[in-house]
Ligand binder design. Structure first.
Ligand code: HEC
Length: 144
């Protein structure tokens, strides 16, 4: 059943694959190239990216990672650059990501790094389907 759902998700999201192909903004020159205001979702994603790095460091040191669950629930409601990015498939994958995020906090300390890796995989799953531009950057969050 879960497999079938995933298949449906991918089939559906294939149609919007062409969107979100511009690489993530990295310099002020890019800001000139992309004068559109950054969307709520894009800003949230950047925060998710930098917080993931911080979270990983904390886990490695055996420290308690900052609890971001409530904050990142905004992924479900934040406005995206193109309204068409927020598909039913997006919502399914966003919920998978939030579940994985939750597991990072619920896991015993020694299993947290593993749960973190699974969470980053959920970032990548959605990006592979909907927004391949930042994939290289996201992959880096999982390399030692
Ligand atoms: C449910 C789908 C989904 C999940 C899960 C997801 N993303 Fe995204 N991400 C997107 C979409 C769609 C955009 C484009 C947002 C826009 O342009 O409004 C995006 C944009 C980005 C960007 C580019 C932001 C910019 O500068 O424009 C980065 C970086 C990013 N995501 C990183 C991550 C990381 C790290 C995670 C996991 C912690 C993650 N994403 C999880 C769908 C997702």
């Amino acid at each position: 059943m879960k497999k079938l759902l995933l298949l449906a998700v991918f089939a559906f999201s294939g149609t919007i694959f062409y969107q979100c192909t511009r690489p993530a903004q990295t310099s002020s020159a890019d800001a000139v190239k992309y004068p559109n205001k950054d969307s709520e979702l894009a800003l949230l994603m950047r925060e998710m990216e930098s917080e993931a790095m911080t979270m990983r460091e904390a886990i490695k040191k055996g420290e308690e990672p900052k609890d971001l669950r409530t904050r990142f629930e905004a992924i479900l409601t934040a406005q995206s650059t193109e309204a068409s990015m927020k598909t039913p498939a997006f919502q399914v994958m966003a919920k998978n990501y939030l579940k994985s995020l939750n597991k990072v906090y619920e896991a015993p300390k020694e299993e947290r790094l593993e749960k973190y890796t699974l969470m980053i995989n959920d970032c990548m799953n959605c990006h592979k389907a909907q927004c391949p531009g930042p994939l290289v950057r996201i992959k880096k969050l999982n390399t030692p």
